[in-house]
Ligand binder design. Structure first.
Ligand SMILES: CC(C)(COP(=O)(O)OP(=O)(O)OC[C@H]1O[C@@H](n2cnc3c(N)ncnc32)[C@H](O)[C@@H]1OP(=O)(O)O)[C@@H](O)C(=O)NCCC(=O)NCCS
Length: 222
């Protein structure tokens, strides 16, 4: 079994750790975190250093891992930093054994598909995405790199979601909608119309609330 590093040591990382343990495809070597002290533990695994220590691990043959950071922009920044210090580091894809995924679906590297997710025919999932617990992603829909579906999100068929966009807890998106990049759909929203790039929308039905900046936080209460 290949050894993997888990990058990020938050609550989201606990979910990823347990998903990898259940899947049985990889052996977890330890955690990497920018801020938490070396030696601290999360579940049964130790924090071994920061992203700047990754080249040392690669030189010892531990050259694979997954970024377990829930915030889309922070995950993007971490991926960029790792690419800089260790261009040969490989990102794995983590899929919970209970996920139901059509054989015609394509899923990128560094992406995480959690428990009870359903992905239907010919959907396309980019790199470094998160499809969180119980999300449903219907046929022919696409989600670009660094975007996320929070737990309980339902996305209809032929929907297009741009890069670095967050669809929050329990939102519903009807079929055929286009949602731009760097946007945030608030928890519990019902999306009946296209969503522009860089916008915050929420409500039932959802309305545009304001425009947002690249990297604006949407998980600050976690
Ligand atoms: C979109 C979101 C980031 C907005 O948060 P926010 O900007 O901090 O909003 P605030 O809490 O300051 O609320 C401002 C107002 O908007 C309302 N509001 C905020 N989010 C709302 C939502 N999703 N739907 C309807 N109204 C909402 C609040 O009730 C409040 O109204 P009030 O001023 O009359 O009291 C937040 O609703 C959200 O969805 N967070 C992500 C949750 C999530 O998916 N977590 C993932 C866990 S894995």
């Amino acid at each position: 079994m290949d050894k993997v590093l888990i990058i990020g040591a938050s609550g989201h990382a606990k979910v990823i750790i347990e998903t990898i343990e259940l899947g049985g495809d990889y052996q977890i070597h330890g955690l990497i975190d920018t801020y938490k002290p070396k030696g601290e533990k999360l579940l049964d695994y130790e924090i071994l250093g920061t992203e700047h220590d990754i080249p040392d691990f690669v030189s010892k043959g531990i050259n694979k891992g997954i970024i377990a950071i829930g915030d889309n922009w922070t995950r993007f920044l971490m991926q960029s930093r790792i690419k800089e210090v260790s261009p040969d580091f490989e990102f794995v894809t983590v899929i919970h054994p209970s996920a139901i995924i059509s054989p015609s679906v394509r899923i990128g590297v560094g992406t995480i598909i959690l428990a009870s997710v359903t992905i239907n025919a010919e959907a396309r999932i980019g790199n470094f995405c998160i499809l969180n617990t119980d999300a449903n992603f219907d046929h022919d829909s696409t989600i670009q790199d660094f975007s996320s579906l929070a737990p309980g999100v339902t996305v209809g068929g032929n929907v297009s979601i741009g890069r670095c966009t967050a669809i929050s807890l329990g939102a519903n998106v009807i079929q055929g909608i286009t949602i731009g990049r760097h946007s945030i759909v608030g928890a519990g929203s019902l999306i009946l119309h296209d969503v522009a790039d860089f916008s915050l929308v929420y409500g039932v039905p959802a309305k545009e609330i304001r425009s947002i900046k690249e990297g604006e936080s949407y998980l600050s209460k976690s």
